[in-house]
Design a protein around this ligand. Structure first.
Ligand SMILES: [Fe+2]
Length: 371
């Protein structure tokens, strides 16, 4: 089964399962470069499937480390000499983002980070993506996150949207529980943050509301039982959530999250989850006389679809949801002694902060960490 993303952003193809990946590779490409996670390629079961179908002679670039960083120019040179005619990314958001950066370096001949000026990109290598986590939704966005000296940057261009995406839930089944939880929280956060974006559209809001419902039902089931049907729902939810943030961008909880992830190793989804509840509550107090603004209407719609009675009650509902999953709801419960809200707020990502529908002070940002 495959379908075309029905939004204004793209006409890229999404396929269910891996069968069509091998059909496309055999039909259209001779020298694919596989960009894979150093451990996840084997652990997810993807390596066995790929080698069974294509044999052992594969061009592989392994991605390790904790955060995506710019590809080394010498490695880009080595890969370029293999003359790949497409990139197949198999992994989580980190791997997919690295593949996107490589597609710029190889296709656009921009070898270094400083040269990632995308105005003059003519053609990048075709990008085929197989996510092995249900979280980042990077396979559905035209963004690539990259960390330079521990600081998060975002590369954005329509040509970074993968040409084909293959969703195979069996690859997600082996995710450790902690990774599955963090990834699932990222999916939910993408949906909620997109609903509160000034860039939200009627279409993005409809998709976000239905997707957040699916994700909040599937995540506890997947975390407790590891069932394939729950993994499949989460994988599709992750993709839909990626589609909506491609339109709306992420919001304040993401803006506050990167410091804890880069400097203290807090998993991305858990870091974002810390302030999601307080952020929605803060905005729900700012909705008076804003009924003509979609984000304000969306706060009430969110309460209806998640079935908590008070539209100002998202924070309470969210903390109960996190506690049920055994996820930290505060900086203190993460066990980070040397970090406080003031430090995090001072290091907020300004680009994502600018997506808030109301202007927030430094004090507002710090209060978002109150438990
Ligand atoms: Fe995220």
């Amino acid at each position: 089964m495959s379908y075309t993303i029905p939004n204004e952003l793209s006409s890229r193809k999404i396929h269910s399962g891996l069968d069509s990946l091998f059909e496309i590779l055999k039909k259209s490409f001779q020298r694919p470069l596989f960009v894979v996670g150093k451990t996840s390629f084997a652990a997810s079961g993807a390596e066995k499937i790929v080698r069974n179908m294509l044999g052992d002679v594969l061009n592989i670039h392994e991605v390790g480390g904790r955060l995506p960083e710019p590809p080394q120019p010498s490695r880009v040179q080595e890969i370029d000499e293999l003359r790949p005619d497409c990139i197949v990314a198999i992994g989580g958001g980190h791997v997919i983002d690295t593949a996107k950066l490589l597609s710029i370096c190889l296709g656009g001949k921009n070898r270094q980070w400083e040269e990632f000026k995308l105005e003059c990109v003519s053609s990048l290598l075709p990008l085929l993506v197989v996510p092995t986590t249900a979280g980042s939704g990077s396979e559905a966005t035209p963004f690539a996150v990259v960390y330079i000296n521990g600081v998060k940057h975002s590369v954005e261009h329509s040509t970074l949207l993968p040409d084909h995406v293959f969703l195979e839930p069996r690859l997600v089944l082996t995710n450790p529980r902690s990774m599955a939880l963090a990834s699932g929280l990222d999916v939910i956060s993408h949906c909620v943050e997109s609903l509160l974006s000034p860039k939200a559209t009627v279409q993005s809001s409809e998709i976000a509301l239905s997707t957040v419902c699916s994700a909040v039902k599937s995540l506890p089931i997947f975390a407790q039982t590891g069932r394939l049907d729950a993994a499949e729902k989460l994988l599709w939810a992750s993709n839909k959530a990626g589609q909506v943030i491609a339109t709306t961008r992420t919001n304040v909880p993401h803006a506050l999250s990167y410091f804890l992830t880069a400097q203290h190793g807090v998993p991305h989804g858990c870091s974002v989850a810390l302030t999601l509840g307080s952020f929605v509550d803060l905005l729900s107090g700012a909705t008076v006389n804003r009924d003509n603004e979609l984000w304000s209407v969306n706060i009430k719609r969110l309460a209806r679809v998640l079935e908590y009675s008070d539209p100002a009650g998202f924070g309470k509902w969210w903390r109960t949801f996190l506690s049920g999953l055994g996820v930290a709801t505060s900086i203190a419960s993460l066990g980070l002694q040397a970090v406080d809200a003031q430090i995090i707020a001072r290091n907020v990502n300004l680009e994502r902060l600018a997506n808030s529908p109301v202007q927030l002070t430094q004090m507002d940002l710090e209060r978002l960490f109150d438990d």
